[in-house]
Structures are given as structure tokens and as C-alpha cells.
Design a protein around this ligand. Structure first.
Ligand code: CU
Ligand code: CU
Ligand code: CU
Length: 478
């Protein structure tokens, strides 16, 4: 391991707000001000680990140390030395066994974001704390009818989540289709952001950035800055895109190409439909088909206004735009070889089912302790791991109104059970997501089937800085 300065050791350890306070003009320069990152290198994907015979067994070692980021040797956090960690390919019905080895100097744990698995015991239990120098054996049993799609894993120990994800701890999970979708190639694109100082170490985060939700100076795809993808005219590729950014919203465009959306999160449409752009809040995923048109295109994320204007001296929580990758398509577009895409099972539609209960959850910001500090709450309370905030009966189908009384957007995530957006303003096919953005000063209504599992887990804002300061509650299904 390379020697680390005391400052970067603190950052990498996820010491939190009290440990690291960096001025806006100090160390947060980003590599963009140092030697240029390696643009235009060939696109790479994280190492693939595939299940066999119904099981995938692996070890993820979380550690601080050298990692290749934007083509240069950085000092970051990683699983097994890679940013991102390996991609886990699973089938419905599989068992996933992961030994998490915590070589960090801070407490961590593991969350399999979006998977419909038990939240108890050594399954997707984010109330566990895996201490430094120890390891833990997780085991996740996917149901036989687990929805195919793109999911991901990341740490979830309250208070350390934003620092650990921002530092480089994340990886993709793909649950394969039972009937393959005919494409010439599949790619996984883990989009993340990070700020590195001139020495290649992860920069600290100011108190203000934590309140607004930190955004990195660089936006990466699979740990690369501006990689180049090459393809052939008329080819149809499947791109699975994960927004693994700590707070940044993505508004993706690939002008000049034909984009179809197969689904968002675990939600799948019966047939893919053409889209011009896709907005992904932190934690969301898009399952895309790209039909290649000859020429050069750039996958971009455009700026997103996520509120906050007028707060705390006029700061706005805008996500800045960035170029993510360059696509070079060779050959002349003459024939289209589009094989038919099998119709997906008609998604369940809870708008036609009876609701067994209704409740409202309020996401708010208020004055907190200390000058300029804000509190982030759900139903007026900050997270308390010893308190159960919401009790739901197993098998219930509930309608939740998610209300945001604050001037910033909050992307609301519920573990284990996906949510169907049922706003009357949205009349299209059923939309199932596990992260639902609730814009500033507004409400979104969802319906949730609390089926398959019981136990305690959490709902929270997926701006991970907000989760860490308490915008999270515990739900128990029993
Ligand atoms: Cu997540
Ligand atoms: Cu939030
Ligand atoms: Cu979570």
C-alpha cells in the first residue's frame, strides 16, 4: 500500500464531518486541474463473476489503497482493488454468498440495492456493523421469480455511507433474463463521481457539500474518464447503466443514436420504448437498447436542477453536466437487423388492486445544531437504529404518499420491496422503481406490495450525505 497522508487517511477512514473540513478553494481542485485524465482510452468493464449451478460464492475485500481511476494510479477505497468492484451475474433462484472482509479503518457492511431478498440475519441486513479487521459471511437467496434487471451493491453503515461510496466502494449486480433479449453485445456502465487532489487522493468534503449532497469533480464510467466505445452500424447493444454517484443526478442523452428503454430499476416495460433522454436519481438504473447509427456520438449527462436555490446564501443543488464516453460507430447504416424483442411479462399494476392501508411519509429539512447546520428528517425524526418507525403487516398492499416539504429534491429508496408510482398525473404503463425522486415542495404517491419477506429494514433519501445525517427510518414488516 502506498503511504498516505494523515488527511487522506482520515478521508478514507470515513471519519465524517468532524474529521475533515476542507475549504471550497483549498484541496477540492480535482484532477481536472492537474495532469489531464486519460480520455479516449478503450472502454473496459469490471471483472465479471458468474454464478454456476445455482450459486455464486465470492469474497469482497474492502480496503483503502492503490486503484486505477481515470487512467491514473489513485489512492481510493475499493472492493478487491477495483473501482468499481466486480460485476456479479446471477440467475433468478440463485444463492449469492459473499464474504465481506473489512480491511478499512472504519465500520462498513454490504447492501444489495434493489434485490428482492430477505432483510434479516445474514441476508440484506443493513443494521449489521462489520468492524475493521473482521469479515462476515452474507448469504442471499433470490426467489425463483426474482425480476431480471440491473442492481448494485455498496456499503450501508449509517454515518459512513457517503464517504465510502464516494471513495470507490460500489459494484454492479445483473440478474439475467430467463429468455434472452437478442443483442450483439451487452455492456455494464457503472457511473460514479469522485474528486481527487493533485496527488490522486480522495478529497475531503465540506459541511456545506454534505448538506447539498456532494458531487465529484469527475464523472467516471467503470472508473474511467471519457472512455471510447466502438461498435458497428445497425448493431443492437444492451447498456445497463447504474447511477452510483453519491448525490449527482444524471440526465443521459446519446444524440445521433436510437435509444430504447427496457426498464428502470427492477421495473420492466412490456415492450421497450424510444427515449431521447433518461433521468436517473442517485441509486436508479436504466436498462437500455442502443441501435447503432454510423458516426461519432457522445454519451452525456446534462445539468439537472435538484432544488436548493435560495437556501443557505443562495446555493443551488444543481448537478453539473459532463461527457461520459465517446461512441464510434463504423460501417454504413443500410440494413436493419433488428430481431424481435420478446415481450416481457405484463408488469403487475397495483392501480387495479385493493389497497389495505395508506400512510404519508414527510421528508423535511429544518434548522439543526450549530451555525448554518440543517437537520434532515423523516416524519420529524432523525434516524435511530433502536427505533422502529413504521410497522406494516406482511402481505399488505399499501399506498404511501411521499411528501417533500424542503427546497431540495430527495430520491426516496425503500429496501426489499419495490414501489409502483401511481400518481394520477402519470397514466402510462406501470412504473416500478426502488428509488423514486420526490421533487422539492411536492408529493409522489406509490403503492407497495409487502410480500415475500418479513423483517426490519430501512427507507431513506439516496443522496447518501442526507442518509448519513439522519434522513432514514426503520420499517418492520411482520
Ligand atoms: Cu443504494
Ligand atoms: Cu435528500
Ligand atoms: Cu439503503
Amino acid at each position: 500500500m502506498q503511504p498516505m497522508s494523515r488527511r487522506s487517511a482520515l478521508v478514507l477512514g470515513g471519519v465524517g464531518a468532524a474529521g475533515v473540513l476542507v475549504g471550497a478553494t483549498g484541496l477540492i481542485t480535482g484532477w481536472t486541474s492537474g495532469p489531464a485524465p486519460a480520455n479516449g482510452v478503450d472502454f473496459v468493464e469490471p471483472k465479471a463473476l458468474r454464478s454456476a449451478g445455482g450459486t455464486l460464492q465470492t469474497r469482497l475485500t474492502a480496503a483503502a489503497g492503490p486503484a486505477l481511476i481515470a487512467g491514473r494510479n489513485a489512492t481510493a477505497l475499493s472492493y478487491n482493488g477495483g473501482v468499481p468492484g466486480p460485476t456479479l451475474f446471477l440467475q433468478p433462484g440463485d444463492v449469492l454468498r459473499v464474504t465481506l472482509d473489512n480491511q478499512l479503518n472504519a465500520t462498513t457492511n454490504l447492501h444489495v440495492h434493489g434485490l428482492h431478498v430477505s432483510p434479516e440475519g445474514n441476508s440484506d441486513n443493513v443494521l449489521l456493523a462489520i468492524e475493521p479487521g473482521t469479515s462476515f459471511d452474507y448469504e442471499y437467496q433470490l426467489p425463483e421469480n426474482h425480476p431480471p434487471g440491473v442492481y448494485w451493491y455498496h456499503p450501508h453503515h449509517h454515518g459512513n455511507v457517503a464517504d465510502q461510496v464516494f471513495g470507490g466502494l460500489y459494484g454492479a449486480i445483473v440478474v439475467e433474463d430467463t429468455e434472452a433479449i437478442p443483442v450483439s453485445r451487452e455492456r455494464v456502465l457503472v457511473v460514479s463521481d469522485i474528486t481527487l487532489d493533485a496527488a490522486g487522493q480522495v478529497s475531503g468534503t465540506s459541511q456545506m457539500d454534505r448538506m447539498m449532497g456532494r458531487e465529484g469533480a469527475m464523472v467516471l464510467v467503470n472508473g474511467q474518464a471519457g472512455p471510447r466505445v466502438t461498435s458497428e452500424s445497425s448493431a443492437r447493444e444492451r447498456w445497463r447503466v447504474i447511477n452510483a454517484c453519491t448525490s449527482r443526478y444524471l440526465k443521459l442523452r446519446l444524440d445521433g443514436q436510437s435509444l430504447q428503454l427496457l426498464g428502470i430499476d427492477s421495473g420492466r416495460f412490456q415492450l421497450p420504448h424510444e427515449v431521447e433522454e433518461v433521468v436517473l436519481a442517485p441509486g436508479n438504473r436504466a436498462d437500455l437498447l442502443v441501435t447503432m447509427v454510423a458516426g461519432q456520438s457522445v454519451l452525456r449527462t446534462l445539468p439537472v436542477d435538484r432544488g436548493g436555490a435560495g437556501m443557505m446564501g443562495g446555493s443551488a443543488a444543481s448537478s453539473r453536466g459532463a461527457d461520459l464516453l465517446t461512441l464510434d460507430v463504423v460501417g454504413s447504416t443500410t440494413s436493419s437487423t433488428s430481431l424481435a424483442i420478446p415481450e416481457q411479462a405484463v408488469p403487475r399494476d397495483l392501480r387495479t388492486e385493493a389497497v389495505t392501508g395508506r400512510r404519508e411519509l414527510t421528508f423535511a429539512m429544518g434548522m439543526g445544531m450549530g451555525a448554518g447546520m440543517m437537520s434532515f428528517t423523516v416524519d420529524g425524526k432523525q434516524f435511530d437504529p433502536t427505533r422502529v418507525d413504521t410497522v406494516v403487516q406482511a402481505g399488505a398492499i399499501e399506498e404511501w404518499t411521499l411528501t417533500n416539504t424542503s427546497p431540495m429534491d430527495h430520491p426516496v429508496h425503500l429496501h426489499v420491496w419495490p414501489m409502483q408510482i401511481v400518481d394520477p398525473s402519470r397514466n402510462g404503463p406501470p412504473e416500478w422503481q426502488d428509488v423514486v425522486n420526490v421533487p422539492a415542495f411536492s408529493s409522489v404517491t406509490v403503492r407497495i406490495p409487502f410480500e415475500g419477506f418479513t423483517g426490519k429494514t430501512v427507507y431513506h433519501c439516496h443522496i447518501l450525505d442526507h442518509e448519513d445525517v439522519g434522513m432514514m427510518g426503520i420499517i418492520e414488516v411482520r
